[in-house]
Design a protein. Structure first.
Length: 77
């Protein structure tokens, strides 16, 4: 059986894509929770709950995105 070699260029691209999109998603999630709590004067606790809720949604979106990217991109040759 032939040895499989890692395609480093594709791996670096996928990891970089994941980092970039994760930072943007979690930044939007935290900022949205903070902004909504401040806009409607909901208090600190509700703000933290909203941030946690939006961060959980961002983590779910990130998980699905990376799963789909790994289906399309070939990391081994």
């Amino acid at each position: 059986m032939a040895a499989r070699h890692i395609n480093w260029r594709t791996l670096i691209m996928v990891v970089s894509l994941g980092i970039l999109i994760a930072v943007e998603l979690f930044g939007v999630a935290l900022a949205s929770g903070w902004a909504l709590a401040g806009l409607f004067d909901l208090g600190h606790i509700v703000g933290y709950v909203l941030m946690a809720l939006f961060s959980a949604l961002a983590a779910y979106a990130m998980f699905n995105l990376m799963r789909r990217v790994l289906k399309v991109e070939r990391l081994t040759s």
